[in-house]
Design a protein around this ligand. Structure first.
Ligand code: FE2
Length: 290
């Protein structure tokens, strides 16, 4: 496979810590992925005590389903999906925050979308020459209730030594200011990793529940005013360095903002056992390149 990115794109990524590649995925493949995601939700039967996904630290739910999801296809509800009596406020299809975190290895449509020579080529072009596909998420950013994703660095949540995590984020629908597009701090990938999100205590060895944040550097992450919006049409790939601070707002619009993201790490880096996401031994990580 030849080069996918040109010199200017590689320079932009090195300088900014992110790169926007429009028209990376076809409209047809985006539509196929969206249909596959909707089919998963359609077949999903909510458990009696659902797992609610909120990203702000105080309310992060770290239950067994979350800790086990590294090797599964699990649906997570929006924080505002339930009424006080525990019933869904809206229909199920409009209540799911995301699906995670092994879509790329367990669903044929997601597998097709992820393991392409083009994406493997992008990884090589930015220096990730031995990328393993660690984690995948389909994010719905539902109309009117799609929650904020607080400013963070991906290396906080998917840590390797040395830091190699790289995000490949695909707009499956247009991402706009109105529907909660991503924002990023250009050059912020050259700042320190602020904290780690770790399994706590016995949860390192099993899926019993607890997680915690460990502070590494007290420097605050940038405020929303210091970030710039990444408004992109469907089909766009945004490559994100693992140290880049990024954020996305609440979706206050009547339109959803579907996105798919894959996080890769270097096969040569160490992946600590305290990372929240652990794959079963029966599901080894696969190289992005075939
Ligand atoms: Fe992120």
């Amino acid at each position: 496979m030849g080069r996918i990115l040109d010199d200017k794109q590689i320079e932009d990524f090195d300088r900014d810590g992110y790169l926007v590649v429009e028209d990376f995925a076809s409209r047809e493949s985006c539509a196929a992925l969206k249909a596959a995601a909707e089919e998963i939700v359609d077949k999903f039967r909510p458990p009696s005590r659902p797992s609610v996904f909120r990203t702000d630290e105080q309310t992060r739910v770290s239950d067994r389903q979350f800790l086990e999801s590294g090797g599964r296809v699990s649906c997570f509800f929006e924080a505002g999906a339930f009424a006080a009596d525990g019933t869904l406020r809206r229909e199920k299809s409009l209540s799911i925050n995301k699906i995670g975190h092994a879509l790329h290895d367990l669903n044929p449509e997601f597998e097709r979308f992820t393991y392409t020579p083009e994406l493997a080529g992008v990884a090589v072009d930015i220096g990730l020459i031995d990328a393993l596909a660690l984690q995948s998420m389909y994010i719905f950013k539902q109309p009117l209730i799609g929650g904020e994703v607080g400013c963070h660095q991906d290396a906080t949540f998917l840590y390797t030594d040395p830091i190699t995590v790289t995000g490949f984020w695909f707009a499956i629908e247009d991402a706009t200011l109105e529907n909660g597009c991503m924002w990023a701090a250009p050059g912020g990938h050259r700042t320190a990793l602020r904290k780690l999100f770790k399994r706590a205590g016995t949860a390192v060895r099993d899926d019993s529940g607890g997680t915690e944040f460990a502070e590494l550097d007290p420097t605050p992450l940038p405020a929303p005013d210091d970030l710039i919006p990444i408004e992109v049409p469907a089909g766009t790939l945004v490559v994100l360095h693992g140290l880049l601070p990024h954020w996305s707002d609440v979706n206050r619009s009547p339109n959803s903002r579907h996105a798919y993201s894959v996080h890769c790490i270097s096969a040569a880096a160490e992946y600590p056992s305290w990372n929240w996401l652990q794959r079963p031994a029966s599901m080894p990580l696969r190289p992005l390149a075939a």
